[in-house]
Structures are given as structure tokens and as C-alpha cells.
Design a protein around this ligand. Structure first.
Ligand code: PAF
Length: 279
């Protein structure tokens, strides 16, 4: 496994693989790797000739006052996880390497970036789309693996990749959960043991919504989810919505398929989760 810090070096190596007709898989991450990331890596290792994992805590997707500085960065542990899981290249650029002084080019996915998380995290998705576009260009990936936990991010990257004609196709991967249902996230490390128990109840609310959606209207399901989450200790809802699965637009009362998406604070930690609903 080779660790690469420079954009020019990764481009050179990836280009050689491209010429060689190797299929390149990219797993973009911010590090603090967990089993969710491992599931993405394993898919790429299985599907692609070459697997690149990027580890970059992207300053462009954090607003002032968010957790950019405290975001976990256990690089040695991450590298050993990558090594153990047969990654070929790990790309760990510095912030200055990805965003040199004077960087002024940004990618925006207008219809999707300002709703849900975008309404609470200014410029977040502009930062995500920009860094992911750069990673797609640098890596020449034919496939990128993204987790479904970040449902809005997934939809934004799919739309960006299609509309900007990237060669990179997106492979969405299912959410990996702890036994108690808590969706794996690098930010779970901020939770105390007590908060973890509260956080696990978010999934219980989503599971109930899945059941109820079979027989109840979207608004009735949503009301029950909001009530259940509001009753969790130390919780504060940023949003809870039932939306069209593909477009993230509002759904009609009797939609057959939808997604329920939530962002909830448990104490000082903001968690997101979602579930697919179908009749
Ligand atoms: O999901 C993440 O970890 C990040 O948002 C991503 C896609 C790596 C972009 O920085």
C-alpha cells in the first residue's frame, strides 16, 4: 500500500492505471475509519482493479464554529485499517495541497444544497461537492463508493457527477449500524455512554416509521417520528422530513416509496440518519 500526499503524484499514478485500462475505485473519506468505511473499501477491492482511499478532513465543508479542529484524525490507525483491507493507495493531502491560497472555484448543486442539512450548515455541500469533484478529477476513478447514511450528500454527488459528465459512477452503499441500531459515524466518538443509548433510539423511531408507512399517511408517520425523537433524552431536532427517495422533493400523502431523513442533536453532537420507506 502506498501513501500519497501530493495531487501531482496521485494523478501520475492514477493516469498510468487508466492507460493500463485498470478500473479505479475511489472511497472518499475524512478518516476516523469505522466498519461503515470498511464496507465501502471491501466493495471497491472486490469490484475494481485498484482501490484508492482518500483521507482528508475538508475545511471547505465546515462552517466557522463547527467541529473542524476537533474532528478525529487517527491517521496511523486509519492506515492500518486500509492496509488490512487491501487498499492500494491512500491519499492524505494537506489542506494547502487541496486548497492552495487563492482557491476560488466551487461546485454548487443548486436545487439540493440549501435544504435539510444545507439549511443548517452554510456552504457545507458546496465544500463537499467541490472536494469530491477534485478527488474525481485527480483519481480518474470509474467508481466512487459512498454511504447512504449521508443521504443528501449522496444525492448531491450523484447529480453533480452526472451533470458535470464525470466518468465516475456512484455506488451507494447501505448504512452499517451498531447492534443497538446506531448508525456508524466518526462523530459517534463524541458521544458519552449515556448519549449513545439515547442516540440509538433515533433508529428505533425510523424503524417504527418503516412499519407505519405501510398503512398510514406520510404526515401521520412523520408526526409520530417527531414525537418519538423529541422524547429522547437530550435530543433536539434540526429536521425530520419524509421526502421523495430520488429527488428529495416533498412527497404526496399516499406516495408508495419515500425516504425519511433526520438530523438530531444528542447533547453537543449532531447526528444524521435515514431510512427508506415503502408501501
Ligand atoms: O462523507 C464524508 O466523509 C465527506 O463528506 C466526503 C464525501 C469524504 C467529502 O469530504
Amino acid at each position: 500500500m502506498k501513501v500519497i500526499k501530493k495531487v501531482s503524484e496521485l494523478r501520475k499514478i492514477a493516469f498510468k492505471h487508466l492507460i493500463n485500462k485498470d478500473e479505479i475505485g475511489l472511497v472518499p473519506t475524512m478518516g476516523a475509519l469505522h466498519e461503515g468505511h470498511v464496507s465501502l473499501i471491501s466493495k471497491s477491492v472486490k469490484n475494481d482493479d485498484v482501490t484508492i482511499v482518500s483521507i482528508f478532513v475538508n475545511p471547505a465543508q465546515f462552517a466557522p464554529g463547527e467541529d473542524y479542529l476537533k474532528y478525529p484524525r487517527p491517521l496511523e490507525k486509519d492506515l492500518s485499517i486500509c492496509r488490512k483491507n487491501h487498499v492500494d493507495y491512500v491519499f492524505v493531502p494537506s489542506a494547502a495541497e487541496m486548497f492552495p491560497d487563492g482557491h476560488k472555484t466551487f461546485v454548487e448543486v443548486k436545487s439540493l444544497q440549501d435544504i435539510l442539512c444545507g439549511a443548517f450548515r452554510k456552504n457545507h455541500f458546496r465544500g463537499v461537492a467541490t472536494v469530491v469533484a477534485k478527488l474525481f478529477n485527480i483519481s480518474f476513478a470509474c467508481r466512487a463508493y459512498l454511504g447512504m447514511k449521508d443521504f443528501q450528500q449522496l444525492r448531491i454527488i450523484e447529480k453533480m457527477s452526472k451533470e458535470l459528465n464525470f466518468r465516475t459512477k456512484i455506488t451507494p452503499c447501505p448504512i452499517v449500524r451498531e447492534k443497538n441500531g446506531l448508525a456508524l459515524s466518526s462523530r459517534n466518538s463524541y458521544l458519552t455512554a449515556e448519549e449513545k443509548k439515547s442516540a440509538a433510539q433515533i433508529y428505533q423511531a425510523l424503524k417504527k416509521a418503516k412499519e407505519e408507512f405501510k398503512t398510514k399517511s406520510a404526515s401521520a408517520v412523520l408526526k409520530n417520528v417527531r414525537d418519538k425523537i423529541a422524547s429522547i433524552a437530550a435530543s433536539k431536532i434540526d429536521y425530520a422530513e419524509i421526502l421523495d427517495y430520488s429527488s428529495l422533493l416533498p412527497v404526496s400523502e399516499n406516495a408508495k416509496k419515500a425516504a425519511i431523513v433526520v438530523a438530531v442533536w444528542i447533547g453537543n453532537t449532531r447526528l444524521i440518519d435515514n431510512a427508506v420507506l415503502s408501501k
